[in-house]
Design a protein around this ligand. Structure first.
Ligand code: AMX
Length: 391
């Protein structure tokens, strides 16, 4: 595999690389996805813009099998997932005992651990697929129990698609279920994977390298994702949009300039790798134009998209002033009835279970001719000691 253009590839580790969070230090290969500065994330070679309208089930198949399924393979894979989908008894009892003020990401992590305690097979692929199949129901139950809506939960219909099962379990009053499914499906596909080195994926693979279970590894990955510098940025993004409160471009510009002068980030803009607008943001703007052009939050993010890149470009330190994936997802989720931003990172986590699960399977049973990547053990040096003097 060729190394990606425009990425700094380090050949020799020096003292300057220490205590930098392993930034840019090559540590492995990833079979599921990579990110390029001009096209963003690719899943198994497909730029994400080509997968936006593919079903979540087919994209999960792609991540595990490295090719998109034909119609027959797709139908068989859906049946396979359905056969694994029922939750073990006892999960709901655990959810009913959790503190309702706890953050939904903590609920998600405990929910995944609970699934693992009831039913771990020890086979990496089996456990990853079982977890993927059970996530929609778990996600819906997390909302229901945390919000005290545990009576009259609709029966689980495993014949439905992954997203429909979530929407049905959630069963919110007065919403357009088909529209919610459309937005959640797009969100799901766009967030499934993002290379091998992001914090949650790295954490999950690292835990799995010690041969902890898939459930422990992915619960740990969710804990990593819950931080405000990582997955929780999407919660902050909608909170930011709600704070902007106007789609008048002159006022939006004043707001953006004020945030910058107060030293606060302009959420939804900038990226560590991309140099253009994230295609995942572009795709969500296109979806928003179709389903909710007059939604007030959609108008605010459209105004931000018109204003913020120009203002941010004035600061030459900002490498990419364009919209990132988080700018639009909150506004779309809010529009279809998912109004509480504290849940948003759980959608991110739900999607990542597929990518992280596939990467764990690759590292455990495929890489190094099936022997798997050894237990992670990066090197640390005694403080003050020069690198070259230490074995
Ligand atoms: N608002 C204000 N300042 C910004 C900024 C923004 N949107 N984007 C970059 N900057 C600042 C950085 O904080 C950094 O400041 P410093 O020199 O004082 O440390 C400087 O510009 C250079 O940053 P960079 O090299 O262009 O980007 P980065 O890799 O350091 O950071 C990111 C990337 C996403 C964390 C940053 O753009 C940011 O904080 N954006 C706003 C928050 C946000 O939208 N987060 C969601 C990220 C979603 C994602 O990446 N998937």
């Amino acid at each position: 595999m060729g190394l990606l253009d425009n990425e700094e590839v380090l050949c020799e580790v020096t003292e300057n690389h220490l205590n930098t969070g392993l930034r840019g230090i090559p540590v492995g290969t990833c079979r599921t996805s990579f990110v390029t500065p001009d096209e963003g994330v690719h899943y198994c070679g497909y730029p994400i813009r080509e997968l936006v309208d593919v079903s979540p089930e087919d994209v999960i198949y792609l991540l595990f099998n490295k090719e998109l399924p034909n119609a027959e393979q797709s139908a068989m894979f859906r049946e396979n997932l359905a056969s694994r989908a029922s939750l073990p008894e006892g999960v709901e009892q655990v959810l009913s005992s959790l503190p309702k003020h706890g953050h939904p990401m903590d609920w998600l992590s405990i929910g995944i651990h609970t699934l693992g305690m009831y039913d771990t097979t020890g086979d990496w692929l089996e456990d990853a697929l079982n977890l993927i199949a059970r996530m929609p129901r778990l996600m819906g139950l997390i909302f229901r129990y945390r919000e005290g809506r545990e009576s009259d939960i609709p029966a689980d219909d495993v014949a439905q698609s992954l997203v429909e099962r979530f929407v049905n379990t959630l069963d919110l009053d007065g919403i357009d279920k088909a529209k919610m499914a459309r937005v959640v499906s797009a969100y799901f596909v766009l967030h499934m994977d993002h290379g091998g080195g992001n914090l949650s994926t790295f954490t999950g693979k690292s835990i799995a390298s010690g041969k902890a279970t898939v459930y422990s590894a992915i619960a740990g990955a969710m804990n990593a994702l819950s931080g405000p510098l990582h997955g929780r940025a999407n919660q902050s993004c909608l909170e930011f949009v709600l704070k902007v409160g106007t789609s008048d471009e002159a006022e939006v510009e004043r707001f953006v300039r004020n945030e910058l002068s107060e030293g606060r980030p302009v959420f939804g803009f900038g990226h560590a790798v991309l140099s253009v607008e994230d295609p995942r943001a572009t795709a969500q703007f296109e979806l928003g134009k179709k389903i909710c052009p007059d939604d007030e939050n959609f108008k605010i993010i459209t105004a931000l998209r018109n204003v913020a890149p120009r203002v941010l470009s004035e600061n030459k330190r900002i490498r990419n002033p364009n919209a990132n994936v988080d700018i639009a997802s909150g506004a779309l989720l809010h529009h279809v009835g998912l109004k509480d931003p504290t849940y948003y990172t759980t959608f991110f986590g739900w999607a990542r279970v597929a990518g992280i699960g596939a990467q764990i399977v690759d590292e455990r049973v495929v890489m190094r001719s099936g022997r798997g990547v050894p237990i992670y053990r990066p090197k640390y040096f005694p403080e003050g000691q020069e690198l070259r003097h230490v074995e």
